[in-house]
Design a protein around this ligand. Sequence first.
Ligand code: SF4
Ligand code: FES
Length: 174
Amino acid sequence: MIEKDRKSFSGGRRYKNDDITVYWKPDACVHASYCYRELIEVFDPGRRPWVDMEGASTERIIEVVNMCPTEALTWKWNNTERNLEVGPDQTNHVIFRRPELAGEDTEDTEVREQPVLVKIMYDGPIIIKGDFILKYGDNAREMKGGLISLCRCDSSNQMPFCDGTHRKIGFEDV
Ligand code: SF4
Ligand code: FES
């Protein structure tokens, strides 16, 4: 029997099955849409609550949460000892978002440039990730290790950024 748990935590909500807890931070979402495109059975923005932990296997939920390009979706095992065995490739595991637990040297000040990745999401925004300068009108902002999501549907209320409106209006690539 899967326990239903949709409690709040600071900055978001959490959803639990027998094996894992998925954390959802709406403020960190860039509407890249990997989650519902890959696994609508679990992540359905049109449903309340929008996450149904009974919609797929634990392995598949982990796989899709790991695709989220931000910290909007993260996860961890309910068995805390098991969390120590998780590899760093499982990027959206909350333990590796906390350098002190991942064993990373937090004093390391060496600057490593991050190549820029530009990804056009089908029926969605353009995701830009890495080190770059963002210019919009007269403003320019240096983005170090940045991640932005630019609107392609021309309907965002937060131009030039995507605010998720593309999904509501059914924007489609032709
Ligand atoms: S950033 Fe994308 S994958 Fe992550 S929660 Fe938001 S829509 Fe889903
Ligand atoms: S592409 Fe997301 S609001 Fe336009």
